[in-house]
Design a protein around this ligand. Structure first.
Ligand SMILES: [Zn+2]
Length: 232
């Protein structure tokens, strides 16, 4: 009555995927794709009263755990790996109803995750709008002569998500004066001076910056002065 190989560790009910052609010792059906060893002899699932269970292959841990939780009766399916000399889990047998309840729970989780991602995206979008507005207000505070549209464009550019530009840095987040000035200077450099053309024509970056420094300064001063003029 001893089985040929060491029995698998105790998982509760164990169902085997036999390596050879085995027949049910009770009803003689076979060869059996799945069997239960009872007192050292194989039985088919029907004769072992497990015929109503459905097979869930291994791979989805959450689904497997939930299907077993939902199932009054469940069994672990194992197959002996000759090369490794041990039993390996292939999946579980669970009640069909339990499996569909488990699937619904997993789907509900996926839906909950999807909704949370959507909420997070909306919150980030709102944060971006608030951040851009605050950034634009800081620009207009330092450079009252900077046109409103331009200030918004600079702020939007600076706060573009994941850009690694100044607006997303810690300093930009904090709307520090330094961050605001760098964003404005970068914009003036690119839009109000020949900086980009100089770079394209092969002028080294530092040399290009040197050549346009006065032009940048002129624009910034005019934007600051516009504020002084209106203030007094
Ligand atoms: Zn049988």
């Amino acid at each position: 009555m001893a089985s040929r190989t060491t029995p698998p560790p105790h998982f509760g009910l164990v169902v085997h995927q036999p390596l050879g052609r085995r027949h049910c010792s009770a009803c003689r059906r076979g060869p059996l794709p799945l069997l239960v060893m009872e007192n050292g002899v194989p039985r088919c699932l029907d004769c072992a009263d497990l015929g109503h269970l459905v097979f869930l292959p291994r791979g989805d841990t959450a689904l497997t755990r939930r299907a077993r939780e939902e199932s009054t009766l469940s069994a672990v399916v194992v197959r002996f790996n000759r090369r490794k000399g041990r039993y390996e889990r292939q999946g579980v047998l669970v009640e069909e109803e339990a499996l569909s309840r488990a699937e619904q729970r997993c789907l509900a989780d996926a839906e909950a995750r999807r909704r949370r991602r959507a909420r997070d995206a909306r919150r980030r979008a709102a944060e971006d709008v608030r951040f851009t507005t605050a950034f634009a207000a800081e620009i207009r505070g330092l450079y009252p002569g900077c046109p409103e549209e331009r200030a918004r464009a600079i702020a939007g550019h600076a706060s573009a998500r994941g850009s690694g530009r100044v607006g997303r840095s810690a300093a930009g987040r904090a709307l520090s004066e330094g961050a605001v000035i760098s964003a404005v200077v970068a914009s003036v450099r690119h839009l109000d001076t020949p900086y980009d053309r100089l770079l394209m024509s092969g002028v080294p970056r530092h040399e290009a910056r040197r050549r346009i420094a006065a032009a940048v300064e002129t624009v910034l001063r005019s934007w600051q002065a516009a504020g002084l003029g209106s203030a007094g």
